[in-house]
Design a protein around this ligand. Structure first.
Ligand code: UD1
Ligand code: CA
Length: 468
């Protein structure tokens, strides 16, 4: 296959988004629209990706490096288009970055996020390096789009809606905005564009007539899946594409055997990898990279980001897990929630139980450890089978630095205790309810640190004074 270079047009204003944010930085499935397009482009193994920026150029250019995966083999360049004089003018700006050779230039738009790589590969193959290949489809209502004008079967031109005659407006085959063109030819065609048309713009689509005149074959690669070429111009369209994308994710998961209580009430914003017999109740959101082992059950209304949950674990409703960069690990057969919160660096062993209103951050819990109610474990190393009582916390922060709490195996921490870090509670020890420990507690003993209970006899409750 011919060498590929990609031009992504992203200079347009996006007025209908009614937003300060440049249109291509609005997100679909948690990622900028432009990031989806760059991802798709990178799957073509291009030599260069040239992004045409204009409106919000500084913001768009600053955001882009975050979308390019490490070790990408292609170079990314920005070409500014100021002012924006049309799609042909946009692609002209990319020319300094494109080799003048036998390669193929693929033109994409930064606001069309759901094109499949396979479709683009077919388009590049259709071009073959010496033909102009257009991605087209038939629409019941083609209003606004460029129409594919044919003579018999042969494509003659693309006529923009505003320039079209009544008869041309009857044509239902439209140009998607995506093409693959022979690089050297494209260069000569772009040099010949003019703006003598209804919009006084330099139309990229005018190159079709030029190709026909030059005897370069023009092929239309017609698809039927509208979602692949649908652009985002408004919040309504953005939401529609989000639903289409989420529907695809849900179907793919169900085809692998995942049981979804309702495919319309699942959002995957990243990658969700599931073992066999996973079930997910309604209204769950998965972000970043999430792995669910065999038989994992996720209750309703959970938000889970950057976490790995081992086989047999159950996450009860309304649990929030966010591993951020450090990740969260939940061991096999653990029970989490309802209303639990696991934060970065929470590493829970097998059979751990974390109950309602319990927060765990940067802490390791050994096999079978339990914190079932109203507790905070931060910067702690908790041994196996520890029971951490209701209302107890590790005081890990002195206002300046964080310190570690170490709790040995088989410790029982009573209710409403404060373990002031740095501190160690020795294995097998018991901490009496209501204790505030500031010193290490030895192995195997009962440590109590609270005011002793006293019984005051003869004490009288106050009585209500008589009104004057
Ligand atoms: C274009 C096509 C039309 C096609 C339609 C598909 C032309 C002349 N027309 O329509 O045949 O049916 O796409 O959606 O190409 N952009 C720039 N700089 C500019 C103008 C546009 O970067 O000066 C970018 C926009 O940000 C957008 C893309 O190009 O990402 C397409 O622009 P848009 O205005 O949506 O396309 P149309 O001209 O309406
Ligand atoms: Ca458009």
């Amino acid at each position: 296959m011919a060498e590929v270079d990609v031009v992504i047009m992203a200079a347009g204003k996006g007025t209908r988004m009614k937003s300060k944010l440049p249109k291509v930085l609005h997100t679909l499935a948690g990622r900028a629209l432009l990031a989806h397009v760059v991802d798709t482009a990178s799957s073509l193994q291009p030599r260069n990706v040239v992004v045409i920026t204009g409106h919000g150029a500084t913001e768009v250019e600053a955001a882009l490096p975050g979308y390019i995966c490490d070790g990408a083999e292609f170079s990314v360049n920005f070409a500014r288009q100021e002012p924006q004089l049309g799609t042909g003018h946009a692609v002209q700006q990319a020319l300094p970055f494109l080799p003048d050779d036998a390669g193929v230039v693929v033109v994409l738009s930064g606001d069309v996020p759901l094109t499949q790589v396979a479709t683009l590969r077919q388009l590049v193959a259709a071009s073959g390096g010496d033909k102009l290949a257009l991605l087209t489809l038939e629409l019941p209502n083609p209003t606004g789009y460029g129409r594919i004008e044919r003579n018999g079967d042969a494509v003659q031109a693309i006529v923009e809606h505003k320039d079209a005659t009544e008869a041309q407006r009857e044509i239902r085959e439209i140009y998607s905005g995506i093409m693959a063109a022979p690089a050297a030819r494209l260069r000569t065609w772009l040099a010949r564009l003019d703006n003598r048309n209804a919009q006084a713009e330099y139309y990229l689509t005018d190159i079709v007539k030029m190709a026909v005149a030059d005897g370069v074959p023009v092929v239309a690669h017609k698809i039927t899946d509208e979602v692949q070429v649908a652009g985002v111009n408004s919040p309504v369209q953005l939401a529609e594409l989000e639903r289409a994308y989420q529907r695809q994710q849900a179907v793919a998961l169900m085809e692998q055997g995942v049981r979804l209580a309702d495919p319309a009430r699942l959002d995957v914003r990243g990658s969700l990898v599931c073992g066999q017999d996973v079930s997910i109740d309604v209204n769950c959101v998965f972000e970043g990279t999430v792995t669910l082992g065999e038989g994992v059950k996720i209750g309703a209304n959970c938000v889970i980001a950057n976490a790995s949950i081992a086989a047999g674990a159950i996450v009860h409703p309304f649990t929030h897990i966010d591993g951020e960069k450090a990740g969260v690990t939940v061991g096999a057969d653990a029970r989490i929630g309802p209303f639990a919160r696991l934060r970065p660096g929470a590493v829970l062993g097998a059979d751990v139980h974390i109950g309602n209103f319990v927060e765990v951050k940067n802490s390791t819990l050994g096999t079978g450890a339990k914190a079932n109610h109203l507790a905070y474990l931060g910067d702690a190393t908790v041994g196996a089978r520890v029971n951490f009582g209701a209302g107890s916390i590790t005081a890990n922060y002195d206002g300046v630095n964080k310190h570690r709490t170490v709790i040995g195996d088989d410790v029982h921490v009573g209710s409403n205790c404060v373990l002031v870090a740095p501190i160690t509670v020795g294995a097998g020890g018991t901490v009496g309810g209501g204790s505030t420990l500031t010193k290490d507690a030895p192995d195997g003993v009962l440590s109590v640190a609270r005011g002793r209970q006293v019984a005051i006899t003869g004490w009288k409750r106050p009585v209500k004074k008589a009104q004057p």
